[in-house]
Ligand binder design. Sequence first.
Ligand code: TXA
Ligand code: MG
Length: 348
Amino acid sequence: MSAQILAGEEGISASVEILRKGGVVGLPTETVYGLAGDAFQPTAVARIFEAKGRPLTDPLIVHLPEAGWLERVVRFSSSEQSQLVHDLTSAFWPGPLTLLLPKHPDLPDLVTAGSDRVAVRVTAHPLFQEVLRRFDSPLAAPSANRFGRISPTSPLDVQIELGDRISLILDGGPCEHGLESTLVAVNVDGNGEGSLTLSILRPGPITKDQLLQYGHIASPERIVNSPGSLPGHYAPKKRLHIIDPDIKGLIPTMHVGSYGYMAFTSPPQEIAPQCAAVEILSPTSNMEEAAANFYGALRRLDQSNVDMIYAESIPEEGIGVAIMDRLRRASHGSNNGTGHHLDGDLQP
Ligand code: TXA
Ligand code: MG
């Protein structure tokens, strides 16, 4: 069975109807497609975990249509924290920034996997915003892929990942950014002084440089554990090796069997006979374009008739930091020759 893919008004009203009945729907955001359900209905939230095959220990992001809804799901620890969040949300919302904040007690614990913090975001996608406003309540939505697999950046990707498990995908076209939002914890420092720090739990389209003017950036490991930032996420089924672009000319001489190749700006000069598929992320070296094409390219290479995938490393500047983060996790989680395919397994 496959899910219906609907656009426009028809898609919006059908989505709201399903959500009101406690169902789940694939919705577009400017980062990746999400799988949404009513954040205040535990059965709807449970359906999200079930459809993704996601362990109940891995919390979900709550989506709001505007910052004015924050206090429905968040209880600020202090006026300083609320002020800093106001500054951050004024600068970056709607947009690809998710904030980890103290959870409101009324929000079901299932959403946050029992944690006293909730991740919240306001997407800039007009269709998701419209669904939220009509539904009139926050929506929990992780990326619309099976747990541990490649995130979807088009309605067809969602169909491939979850089409047999959900009934509707709202068509918002291809995703603008193509990588998940930057996830930032707004911490009240444990030293009793009440000073605030930010920690980046997942790099994304909003960069560290953009966040620096809002506060000290602390290292995340000390602060909080975020299950989805484990190695082994975003994994293709094929073995994936990251290579330095300087040595791309050597691969044909080293490689036995067919392979796919992901280039940043240009393919290897001579395409070897064993190279069965090539993807170029951005012919003009544009990082944003590379990010937007990344998951789609990875998915196509994974589906092509190759034994393994080589992916060029990318300069770690701007959103390049987030692309390399996903590439390393994809490589770690891929069938990397050990005979052990992680496929969502939480153990690295
Ligand atoms: O761009 C995005 O953020 C997309 C779109 C659909 O909004 N969503 C997304 O959700 O990427 P998901 O569930 O695939 O990734 C959310 C990440 C996971 O790594 C999860 O562990 C972490 O955020 N997270 C969510 N709530 C958390 C919490 N309360 N504490 C710590 N980490 C949390
Ligand atoms: Mg995800």
